[in-house]
Design a protein around this ligand. Structure first.
Ligand SMILES: *Cc1c(COP(=O)(O)O)cnc(C)c1O
Length: 452
């Protein structure tokens, strides 16, 4: 046994020191004991960094206790340049939505109570009028997320029946979410048509038979195909479905409510365009926390008759939306009544449409306060993320940090708040596009720490 290891204090001896005993006043004793154990274990596995002296030991235990006491879910700074980053929680909420959540969270609400009638109401009424107004749909239903929306539509309209989908759209959306598997679980029987690169409306027409429950189109959210390709348009499929008297599902994924062409983002249909194209038999599904910029939710748009059937499907109960989500979604949707305001106040839209020169000014300011020759302001390319505009590259500005990329990246990640950066061409890059101006001081502090 080495000298360092023999010198390690015991749990009970540390518990008796003044510094550690003081920690028991601000945290449960069991948690302090856990922190002591972690500190001793760390000292055993890295003897050269072991604390020396009573004060160093209590400081080390205090910082272990801080780590153990912090919430599991906490804010991070998004320096990745991916605005709607699924791993980082997708869309940050607008202030109006945060205020709305705070208003309903602390007390009772009319979630399922009709105040005018003095009778039982439905939670599903709350965002419906706004969604109708903003998309032109006859009716709207909000559930837990878009995957749930998809399952509910398929289960309600095509259980034990055929769901016709193009082979080019049997996609994986993200971790463990594959369209063919979801369809299988919904009870619909997958009927594949066309080929990976080409499917036309005739392929769907030929596949329709007495057993067909639905024709489905899935948005290519996270990839693009090019070359010898063809697909049936949503409008053609909507018309076909109407002709044959069957429903048509367009899983849009990202819920774009405002055209962003003026900002160089084109090729993605707005929800209103999708609703129009889908036609009278159409159902459109989309997420609340992608381009829409609100809370996690699944939005189903369609005719009143179809949505009534979905509302009364017992499965809908297991995917129901909660009041905090409805509050946040309603407030976010309300911002869209004034499009310039939506672009300003919905963080995802503000970040996507912000001018790169503004980002450069901020990057230069950060660089100046660091005063380090290891930090450079560089051109960068950001992306939308969140299953929309998969090929769009948005001009952006970043701070590139010279030095051991692995070590710098992990130091930034270990900070409070953690700064999540990108490593590109062997160097750490902190992209400004998804960093809020209010976080710039924290970025300076994080970079200063990482450079030390
Ligand atoms: C993202 C996405 C989904 C899943 O949406 P969630 O809200 O994450 O459940 C489904 N379909 C498409 C096309 C998507 O892009």
């Amino acid at each position: 046994m080495s000298d360092e290891r023999r010198a390690l204090p015991s749990v009970s001896s540390l518990l008796e020191t003044d510094g550690v005993r003081a920690l028991c006043d601000r945290a449960p004793r069991t948690l302090v004991v856990d922190a002591i154990r972690l500190t001793i274990d760390a000292a055993r596995s890295a003897p050269s960094t072991a604390p020396s002296g009573g004060e160093a030991w209590s400081a080390a235990v205090a910082s272990a206790l801080d780590r153990l006491s912090q919430p599991s879910l906490r804010p991070v700074i998004n320096g990745t340049g991916v605005v709607l980053h699924t791993n980082l929680g997708r869309a940050p909420l607008p202030q109006a939505a945060i205020d709305a959540v705070a208003r309903v969270a602390a007390g009772f609400t009319n979630l399922e109570y009709d105040v005018e009638q003095g009778a039982r109401g439905s939670r599903y009424t709350h965002c419906a009028a706004l969604l109708r107004e903003l998309t032109g749909a006859e009716d709207a239903l909000v559930v837990n997320n878009c995957a749930a929306a998809l399952v509910l539509v398929l289960n309600t309209l095509a259980d034990q029946r055929g769901a016709i989908v193009s082979r080019g759209e049997l996609v994986e959306i993200g971790g463990s979410f594959r369209i063919p598997e979801i369809m299988g679980k919904s009870g619909a029987r997958l009927v594949e048509v066309g080929t990976t690169n080409r499917t036309n409306v005739e392929d769907y027409r030929r596949a329709i038979d007495a057993d067909t429950g639905i024709v489905a189109k899935v948005h290519r959210s996270n990839f693009a195909v090019s070359g010898f390709v063809a697909e049936a348009s949503a409008a053609d499929l909507g018309t076909l479905a109407l002709e044959r008297g069957i429903p048509f599902l367009h899983d849009l994924g990202s819920g774009l409510l405002l055209a962003l062409e003026a900002f160089g983002l084109s090729g993605e249909p707005t929800a209103r365009e999708a609703v129009t194209a889908a036609g009278k038999n159409g159902v459109v599904t989309m997420s609340g926390d992608k381009l829409l910029g609100g809370p996690q939710a699944g939005i189903i748009l369609g005719s009143r008759a179809t949505l009534d059937r979905i509302r009364t499907n017992p499965l809908t109960r297991s995917y129901r939306v909660d009041k905090l989500t409805l509050a946040a979604l309603e407030a976010t949707l309300a911002l869209y009544r004034d499009p310039p305001r939506a672009l300003r106040e919905i963080p995802a839209l503000a970040q996507l449409t912000c001018d790169a020169t503004d980002l450069r000014t901020r990057a230069e300011r950060i660089q100046a306060s660091l005063g380090s020759s290891r930090v450079a302001v560089v051109d960068s390319e950001a992306s939308v993320g969140g299953g929309a505009f998969p090929t769009a590259r948005i001009p952006s500005v970043a701070l590139a940090i010279a030095g051991d990329a692995g070590a710098i990246e992990s130091k930034l990640r270990a900070g409070d708040p953690p700064l999540i950066a990108r490593v590109a061409d062997g160097r750490v890059v902190v992209d400004l596009r998804a960093i809020f101006p209010r976080e710039d001081t924290a970025v300076v502090a994080a970079l200063r720490g990482a450079l030390a």
